[in-house]
Design a protein around this ligand. Structure first.
Ligand SMILES: [Fe+2]
Length: 239
């Protein structure tokens, strides 16, 4: 279950906008979220993820989450300003879905890298891989466990490697729910059909097998060594 307060905290960390309160609350003062540029070209993840998928996924799907989030937040400010609690409650689902979509995809683009790059080698994450080996016994055992979890997701959702107070865990989130609470997302994999269907059709297992070639282990290492605040500060700087 997503904690709505945490989601708003995420959005606040991500956004360069000022904190609005009291008389400052008005729609014209709201800064809009923007679609972050990809840190690589649309064809940079080929042959594992096609340029066509990347372009549609980023410029259409992610862009739609950003636009819908801005619309929902603007309506929410109007509802707050007019003390319309019913509308405020009605807008929460749209803020959660589109805010989560914006957060998840922003994290996802950053935790992918071209297969030929140094970042895509697990050696770029010495501390993280040592902890992975400690937790799952071997790197291959972790990959198998993560892949099995991804393939077990029913419907649309995400698989994540997260860090919490007790160590590393594999978790899933439904639809566009982001990782919340005390967990730090190390890397995530989009398991919505729009992430693979144009290239892999119903071959979901092949998509999962190939995603390992384009995980950005340098980013994963930085997230593992940092705090949740660090992650979203870095993300915010890239937006
Ligand atoms: Fe997606």
């Amino acid at each position: 279950m997503v904690n709505f307060g945490n989601l708003l905290q995420y959005l606040a960390v991500q956004s360069p906008q000022q904190i609005l309160s009291g008389d400052q609350l008005n729609t014209t003062a709201m800064a809009a979220y923007t679609l972050p540029a990809l840190p690589y070209a649309y064809d940079a993840l080929e042959p594992h993820i096609s340029a066509q998928i990347m372009e549609l996924h980023h410029s259409k799907h992610h862009a739609a989450y950003v636009a819908n989030l801005n619309n929902a937040l603007q309506s929410h400010v109007v509802a707050v300003t007019s003390s319309d609690i019913a509308s405020q409650i009605a807008l929460q689902a749209a803020i959660k879905f589109n805010g989560g979509g914006h957060i998840n995809h922003s994290l996802f683009w950053q935790n992918l890298a071209p297969a030929s790059s140094e970042e895509a080698k697990s050696e770029a994450a010495p501390s993280l891989t040592a902890e992975i080996q400690k937790t799952w016994g071997s790197f291959d055992a972790f990959k198998k466990a993560f892949s099995t979890t991804l393939l077990g997701i029913q419907g649309s959702g995400w698989g994540w490697l997260v860090k919490d107070g007790s160590g590393l865990r594999i978790v899933t989130t439904k639809d566009q729910d982001p990782v919340v609470g005390g967990e730090i997302p190390i890397f995530g994999v989009d398991m919505w059909e729009h992430a693979y269907y144009l290239q892999y059709l119903n071959g979901k297992a092949a998509y999962v097998e190939n995603i390992w070639n384009v995980i950005n282990w340098k980013t994963a290492e930085e997230r593992f060594l940092g705090t949740r605040e660090d992650i979203f500060k870095t993300l915010s700087a890239a937006l």
